[in-house]
Ligand binder design. Structure first.
Ligand code: ITT
Length: 200
């Protein structure tokens, strides 16, 4: 099966291309992605933004389109940055600006207050109709300073306790094996490729 990815985020694109390798799915960036009217991600949930993105871009091609809406949820901040993760520090801000804002907002917080999770909802649609929607999450702790140079976004401050390193300190293979996106994509393979045998 062939899928086109609708995403403007190079970090996501790289991870999905790696996840798809060897999966039996052929995944490519949606051709001329940047030329289509952008989808307005104004919904209050990852689910609605994810499905909306996939449905929107699927109207510009005959192939099935995959989109994800993902973000970092910090309960002690009332769920922020949440669905606003990409715009947390305003338009034109960089990953480093968003990370610094998060660390500022969390100054003085300790222990359980630093718990966080990454959430990913992956949607597939074709010709304006939904085909699949799956989601997963990964839990961790927000560090007090950035560590590591891999990944993207909030990876340098997301400590994945199981391995004792931030996402930015993991290899690409490790991040894909444990991340919210990697786990959500694994589920997708069982939902859209009926010949795949799911683990019991
Ligand atoms: P598209 O909508 O075009 O795919 P985007 O970056 O705007 O790109 P989202 O609206 O889903 O995507 O926002 C996701 C944001 O959440 C992303 O920009 C990061 O700041 C953060 N994020 C999501 N997954 C992440 C990950 O694996 N590591 C670090 N940060 C992540």
């Amino acid at each position: 099966m062939r899928l086109f990815l609708a995403s403007s985020n190079p970090g996501k694109l790289r991870e999905y291309l790696e996840l798809a390798r060897g999966s039996g799915l052929i995944l490519e960036l949606l051709p001329r992605f940047g030329e289509f009217p952008a989808f307005e991600e104004s919904a209050p949930t990852f689910a609605e933004n994810s499905a909306g993105k996939a449905l929107h871009y699927s109207r510009f091609t005959d192939e099935a389109v995959l989109a994800d809406d993902s973000g970092l949820v910090v309960p002690a901040l009332g769920g922020a940055p949440g669905v606003h993760s990409a715009r947390y520090a305003g338009a034109g801000a960089t990953d480093a600006d968003r990370v610094q804002k998060l660390l500022r907002e969390m100054r003085g917080m300790e222990g359980l207050e630093r718990r966080a999770r990454f959430v990913c909802v992956t949607s597939v649609a074709q010709a304006g109709r939904p085909i699949a929607a799956v989601s997963d999450l990964a839990t961790g702790v927000i560090t007090s300073e950035a560590r590591g140079s891999g990944g993207f976004g909030y990876d340098p401050v997301f400590l994945f306790e199981e391995l004792g390193r931030t996402y930015a300190e993991l290899t690409r293979e490790e991040k894909n094996a444990y991340s919210h996106r990697g786990k959500s994509f694994s589920k997708l393979l069982y939902v859209i490729a009926p010949n795949n045998v799911a683990p019991s």
